[in-house]
Structures are given as structure tokens and as C-alpha cells.
Design a protein around this ligand. Structure first.
Ligand code: SF4
Ligand code: SF4
Length: 366
């Protein structure tokens, strides 16, 4: 494998789905934000940076958390049941959910700022190192999770390619706010999509996740299934936010009509967090009513989890627990880009960070 595709050391990685626009601006087509990003600026997820008209991923190989799970914990029940996955995540997300449990990882603002400034000591694992850990741990697959994996898609694709060569399957746990182009890149690389359908209500996505395009989410899920990816869906029911029984039944109906009567639907329980800390955990009877209605519309594989919320809610082991030998020496070295193409000794925003660090079209205030 050549160095450019699978770098052994941290470096900025040029993204595959970028469009060059006027005046050095680029459009990122990895997720449905399709951020327009000017020189020295970052996209909504904060993980992509425009440098001199080229878009780079800041977080390639930067692993925020790692854990070994049963595939059923993702939750996925109809693909290799009884097998185990190495779950990994990075920093950054394409949503800003009001009830997110793991802001340090999912938004990762501090970690991504550190990378942009060339001051980060976050853990870096090359794709080969990650596969080596997976084989050492004796797992059957790798799951990209904890936040939206599109924000480090270059790494997801490189690891998936190597995973298949090593006899491992791959799982992509997603909010499905991803583009068709990104899904096309995943075709043949990602085996399983475990996707959220948080609601069918635009207002829910707008008010709680900062996006407003339910159809985009549904279209992505449908396209993934058509592309041959095994798809399972999940809805985390939040009291007073997305617990309308008619809407929940319509999610079940959509799955039935678009993915098939045997397509799995996982119903999980909300637990209080962040801006929704005042809302109590979902009463169990709501979960079961949604289940019963889904069965009535013809869905045959409906699962209720009274003890499970969304995947970002887990306590994960530090990466250092899985690393030994040479990888340990480099794990927490200061991360500056090892390539010369980006200039400024790898400190991406050295000159520009004070003036502009968020995207022109996509900035948020949190
Ligand atoms: S949020 Fe991130 S991944 Fe999505 S389009 Fe913007 S820069 Fe790209
Ligand atoms: S709940 Fe999931 S989709 Fe929402 S911000 Fe957190 S990690 Fe991202």
C-alpha cells in the first residue's frame, strides 16, 4: 500500500468529494450540509478545512474512543448475530443534537481546534494499526460509531478496504444525513448501515438537531439499501419531542413500504442529557405501544430496549488500553501534518484561525 493512501503518521487528508468553486472556495459533498468553505475556514462539523482552495480532513486516523461490543449493541440483530465488533469513533458530527450524551467526542470542538492549531496530542492510529488491533482482539468486524462517520469518511473507506482483506466486516452507525455520492463510495466497503430515523417531523430535526431535511435522511437510507448495504434502523423516543404515536407508526410504515416487512426497527429509550436534561427517561409503555403499532402495520422484526439510548451515550475505553509496542510511542505525540504540501509546518490555521474558523454558510453558535 502506498504512503499517500495509508499514511503511517498523522497528516491532513485531501477529501474525495470536494468541488472547487470561485475564489478558492470549496464545496464539501460528504454530507447533506454541502458546506461552502473559504480559505482558512472549517465546515459545520469542524473536521474539514479549506487550505488554499483544497479541502482537507483534520481527523483522519484520530481516534477518540474504542470499545469491543457485541454487534447487537449497535444495535444490529440480523447481520452475523453473536459476532463482536471493535467500535471506534473520531471527533465531530454533522448534527448538533440537544440531547447528545457525549459532546466532547461527538462535537469534539476542543480536540478539533487542537488539531487545527497543530497542538493536539490526540491518539492517531493508521488504518493498518487499527486492523492489527482488531485482529489481536479477535473481533469479527469494525464499527464506525459514536458520532456521524461521514466526518472522517476517508479513514472509514481506507480501514474498510483493509478490513475486508483481513476477513472483517464493517458497520457504519449513522444519522444518515449523508450524500448519495458518499454512499456510492461506501458501496462494497461498508457492509452494514445502522441508521437513526429520529422523526418524520421537519420541526424535530430543525429544533433538536439543527438540520431540517427529513426526506434527505430517508432517501439516504433507501439508497443505501438499494446499494446492497444491510440496513437496520433505530428511533430513540424522547418524551414530548418525538413520541407522537401516529408519527412513530408512520416511521414503521415507511420502513415496511421502502425496506421490506422484515427490515429491523430498534426502539430505544431516551435518557436525560445536555439541553434535554430536564426531560425524564422515556416511560417504557410508550416504547411498547410504538412496538405494537409497528407490528400491526406488518413489521416483523421490531425490538424494544428499555436500557439503551443512542450510541453516543456509552462509556468507552481510552484508546491507550488497546495499543502496545511501537504504536504506543507515537500515540500521543503532538499531531502536525507530516506532509509538506500543506505548508506552515502542518499548522493549518496558523495565520487564519483568529480571523475565521467556521464555515461561511454553516456556522453555528453553541
Ligand atoms: S458538515 Fe463537514 S462533512 Fe458535512 S458537508 Fe460540511 S464540512 Fe463536509
Ligand atoms: S446524538 Fe448522535 S447525531 Fe446527534 S450530535 Fe450526538 S453523535 Fe451527533
Amino acid at each position: 500500500m502506498n504512503e499517500l493512501v495509508y499514511p503511517q503518521h498523522y497528516r491532513l487528508m485531501e477529501t474525495r468529494l470536494q468541488e472547487r468553486l470561485d475564489n478558492g472556495t470549496t464545496r464539501c459533498n460528504l454530507c447533506a450540509w454541502r458546506c461552502r468553505i473559504g480559505h482558512g475556514q472549517r465546515g459545520f462539523c469542524q473536521a474539514h478545512v479549506n487550505r488554499n482552495g483544497v479541502l482537507y480532513n483534520l481527523s483522519y486516523g484520530i481516534v477518540s474512543a474504542m470499545e469491543i461490543d457485541a454487534i447487537e449493541d449497535k444495535p444490529v440483530r440480523h447481520y452475523r448475530p453473536g459476532s463482536r465488533v471493535l467500535s471506534v469513533g473520531s471527533y465531530g458530527c454533522s448534527f448538533r443534537c440537544s440531547g447528545c450524551h457525549n459532546l466532547d467526542i461527538s462535537w469534539g470542538v476542543q480536540a478539533l481546534d487542537g488539531l487545527a492549531r497543530g497542538q493536539s496530542t490526540e491518539a492517531y492510529l493508521s488504518p493498518e494499526q487499527l486492523i492489527k488491533i482488531a485482529k489481536e482482539q479477535g473481533v469479527d468486524g469494525i464499527a464506525f460509531t459514536y458520532s456521524e462517520p461521514a466526518v472522517w469518511l476517508e479513514y472509514v473507506l481506507d480501514v474498510s478496504h483493509l478490513a475486508h482483506q483481513a476477513g472483517l466486516y464493517t458497520v457504519y452507525v449513522s444519522n444518515s444525513f449523508v450524500t448519495r455520492e458518499a454512499l456510492e463510495l461506501m458501496r462494497g466497503q461498508v457492509d452494514v448501515l445502522c441508521s437513526d430515523i429520529k422523526s418524520l417531523d421537519e420541526a424535530f430535526y430543525r429544533d433538536l438537531c439543527r438540520v431540517s431535511d427529513v426526506q434527505q435522511v430517508l432517501d439516504s437510507i433507501h439508497f443505501a439499501a438499494q446499494s446492497g448495504i444491510h440496513v437496520e434502523n433505530r428511533t430513540n423516543i424522547i418524551p414530548g419531542k418525538n413520541d407522537d404515536m401516529e408519527m412513530l407508526t408512520n416511521i414503521a410504515r415507511w420502513i415496511h413500504n421502502n425496506l421490506g416487512s422484515d427490515s429491523p426497527w430498534h426502539i430505544t429509550r431516551f435518557f436525560p442529557a445536555y439541553q434535554l436534561a430536564h426531560i425524564p427517561a422515556t416511560p417504557e409503555d410508550i416504547l411498547w405501544r410504538a412496538h405494537d403499532n409497528a407490528r400491526r402495520v406488518g413489521l416483523t422484526n421490531v425490538y424494544v430496549y428499555a436500557d439503551k439510548g443512542c450510541d453516543c451515550a456509552k462509556d468507552n475505553a481510552p484508546v491507550v488500553d488497546f495499543v502496545s509496542g511501537q504504536a504506543m510511542e507515537q500515540l500521543h505525540a503532538v499531531k502536525k501534518c507530516s506532509a509538506s504540501c500543506c505548508g506552515d509546518e502542518g499548522i493549518l490555521l496558523k495565520r487564519y484561525e483568529q480571523a475565521a474558523v467556521s464555515a461561511t454558510d454553516c456556522s453555528v453558535s453553541d
